[in-house]
Ligand binder design. Sequence first.
Ligand SMILES: [Zn+2]
Length: 85
Amino acid sequence: MYQVPSSISAVDQIKLDISEQETFNLKERDICCPHCRFLIYKVYQDVSGHMRVRCPKCKRCYAVNLQMFRTMSRSTFVTLIRIIE
Ligand SMILES: [Zn+2]
């Protein structure tokens, strides 16, 4: 069972509860490392903007536009790599 740490204030807990309720109908998508494909984050469909991520597997850092980095099939990924090369 999930236990709420005692360091979270009541106001923050209310914010967390509201945030959780707001995600009820949102889909999640994966942000994977562009180099090794390791799953870095799971984000909701309404997220936007840029984020600096560090892959815990290969230790590389990237500035990521969250609208551009979506989970893609292996065949799409291979096609994009062929276009770039
Ligand atoms: Zn990586």
